[in-house]
Ligand binder design. Structure first.
Ligand code: ADP
Ligand code: MG
Length: 347
């Protein structure tokens, strides 16, 4: 078994340098909150901020961002927009994940007791293949009116992400892994993904393995979500299922997601929304980005600061219920942040 090497780099005098990519929409304001909170708690992190111009036709900014993440080992990001309509300009978010080979995405979907929802006590981990599948970005119009889009599934990446999922389940004391697929229709591509996960499951007899077709999975999730523990899937299904579960738990503004490769890790809000329509209005829910920053602190080994902040967020959301309108509250973004800062060290 290859050992994951998530060794944080750029570590000077007990402090870490981290690349910050604010992105568009609500990204910059959410990053501002993170910086305010980090300053208040004295988090030993120095941000190297890289702004990416969404209208550019070249990818110089993205390449620079990638260089800094390679140097720092760790990034915190908002959603980067790609405004150029030129077909050869591909999604910057996808390019970043692919070039850093961050093949696994982890979304921990855990209910917040302070946020009213239909289902209570959900606790699911979604593990998503993050660099290929339907996001290969290989599309072309072979003849006028006929567009082909390639879905690329490789044995090596299926194996890496399956290994990641089972190791994750083992390390975190989880009982079951469910592979989500459409192998009844996409017999070769999803078939390979499914077969690989079945073979991997044999190496982990202590962990139950089952599989489910993506359509049924979406129905089961909204009807009976408690049957799921760790879920493993290809890229596009992962994006859709992540949004389904985030919706069940209170929407786009709460959960954080983690991108991992063998060398780099990037933390971001779980649904990867830009939030253009709500930007600059002091109404965006800052919790998703703050949770991403807590994940990042934990990854860097700053458990004291991570714990301090996690307890304050828990008190604000679940006990004091200082919440933005998207989760049924009437507070502004900055009131939520002020509440968190006020709760530091009090819980
Ligand atoms: P996309 O980035 O895919 O275009 P949107 O930015 O439109 O997605 O986000 C989808 C929905 O989620 C919108 O209704 C948006 O207002 C909402 N949303 C996203 N992030 C947040 C947030 N942090 N707080 C509140 N609502 C959010
Ligand atoms: Mg989106």
């Amino acid at each position: 078994i290859r050992k994951q090497q998530l060794i944080p780099k750029a570590h000077y005098g007990g402090r870490h340098a981290v690349t910050m990519l604010p992105g568009g929409g609500i990204g910059p304001e959410c990053m501002g909150y993170v910086r305010d909170i980090f300053r208040y708690i004295g988090a030993p992190v120095d941000f190297e901020v890289v702004d990416i111009d969404p209208t550019m036709d070249n990818d110089d900014d993205v390449q620079y961002a990638i260089t800094t993440i390679k140097r720092n080992g760790v990034g915190l990001k908002g959603n980067i927009e790609t405004k150029s309509e030129a077909a050869y300009v591909t999604s910057r978010n996808v390019a970043l994940r692919n070039e850093l080979d961050m093949y696994a995405y982890v979304l921990h979907c855990k209910s917040f007791i302070g946020v009213p929802t239909r289902h209570k006590d959900i606790d699911i981990h979604i593990i998503r293949q993050n660099t290929e599948g339907e996001y290969a970005m290989l599309e072309h119009e072979s003849v006028r009116g006929v567009v082909e889009s390639m879905k690329v599934v490789t044995a090596s990446n299926s194996e890496r992400v399956a290994r990641f999922a089972f190791e994750f389940a083992k390390k975190n004391g989880r009982k079951k892994v469910t592979t989500v697929h459409k192998a009844n229709i996409m017999k070769l591509s999803d078939g390979l993904f499914l077969e690989t996960s079945r073979r991997m499951a044999e190496e982990y007899p202590e962990i139950e393995h089952n599989d489910m077709i993506i359509d049924n999975c979406c129905m089961q999730l909204v009807a009976k979500p408690h049957q799921f523990d760790v879920m493993l899937m290809t890229n596009l299904y992962g994006s859709i299922v992540s949004n389904v579960v985030c919706g069940l738990l209170g929407g786009a503004g709460l959960l954080s997601g983690r991108n991992y490769g063998d060398h780099y890790a990037v933390f971001e809000p779980g649904t990867r929304n830009t939030g253009t329509a709500i930007a600059g209005k002091n109404i965006a829910n800052p919790i998703a980005m703050i949770n991403a920053s807590i994940d990042m602190l934990e990854h860097l080994g700053h458990h004291f600061h991570a714990g301090l902040l996690r307890r304050a967020v828990n008190k604000t959301v679940n006990i004091d219920r200082v919440l933005t309108p998207d989760v049924g509250g009437s507070n502004s973004s900055s009131e939520v942040v002020d509440s968190i800062i006020g709760n530091i060290g009090k819980s």
